[in-house]
Ligand binder design. Sequence first.
Ligand code: NZQ
Ligand code: ZN
Length: 390
Amino acid sequence: MLNYQRTIPTKLYFGKGQISHLEEALKSFGKNVLLTYGGGSIKKIGLYDEVMKILNEGGFNVTELSGIDPNPRIESVTEGVRICREKDIDVILAVGGGSTLDCSKAIAVGTYYEGDDMWEMVVNAEGIAEKAVPLVTILTLSATGSEYDGGGVISNMNTNQKLGRSYTYPAVSICDPTYTFSVSPYQTAAGSADIMSHIMEDYFSRTDDSDLSDGIAETILRSVMKNCPIAIKEPDNYSARANLMTNSSIACSGIPAYGKQETGWPCHAMEHELSAFYDITHGVGLAILTPRWMRHILAKDSTATGRFVKFARNVMGLDGEDEAKLALAGIDALEEYFKSTGIPMTLTELGIDEEHFEVMADHANEEGYLKDAYVALTNEDIIQIYKACL
Ligand code: NZQ
Ligand code: ZN
């Protein structure tokens, strides 16, 4: 087990009715609020009205930034920074899924960036300010863990780049599972695949003796596979939505990686390229890539077999004497599970062909992620994995 340090400064309010803490959370920062949200789902579910009532009754001055896209764009960050600077914003209130939260994190630090070119800030990550406008979030989709981590992922569709960076932690996150009752079956399945991927990216590491991390990881994976199908069938099943939400926050928090060697999150690096070129849903890209990546690395390096056997036994509930077969059976079972949730499981279904695979592989490795992966990946490996996804 390796050394580790961790501070998670976010105060989480989890559960039904926790919006009752919103006013006190915002008040501690000031009166000028930037309210950020996406394409309007928060209006459909009545959350916008609920939030506005609290803000109006609390005497806050509210400016809105709406229309933040899934795979949030640099243009929204630029606009948010302009508003924060002009209106002397004291606190950002982000209401939505990972895209709204991520965009708001970039706005929070972008406000203090020395310069106006926000894409330059994202690309040259070293210039990201330590100081940030305080951020309060209300989560509406269980997936990314952005409510309980400091990262954010911003896209530039002009340059086909989607880059993950460390920005700032939310000061407060309100996680009420009832706000996720309206999430579509497709987004529920995609978000759940994302939660699982956050776990699997660290589970498949060269550190074999971090029992706590492995135990948390296996529990979360089993819990997601149990609760996602329930939430798809019964969207307002509180217990299923609550389990998905709490799994989402922990999966990306770093806790399931305690004491483990970093892996560079290869499936995320490969997926971000798919989203950057084709604007696809993050979790769907991960579900397509993960079983193909697993088969590829298992074939490339048989020393990985032991961990895949552990995965097959402890996560997929399989058994058998022949370890090589058991390892593969676990991967097949994972793929079958993803299929059963109804999301596309090939790139062809998404209209993606091999045209950009070479340059995507180049980009994915450029960030330096994949040399440290559980089994190191060359550009050629990545191209082969993409091809296996067609
Ligand atoms: O835009 P609105 O109208 O709100 O609709 C959204 C959007 O269309 C909808 N939605 C959200 N909550 C809903 C709802 N629909 C009905 N009812 C609700 N309660 O769902 C759609 C997708 O929303 P989005 O925020 O894009 O989804 P998600 O939370 O999966 O976020 C994805 C983004 O986060 C990044 C991804 O790359 C992607 O850009 N990630 C962020 C991470 C982080 N901060 O740590 C880590 C992840 O690995 C990931 O990369
Ligand atoms: Zn993810």
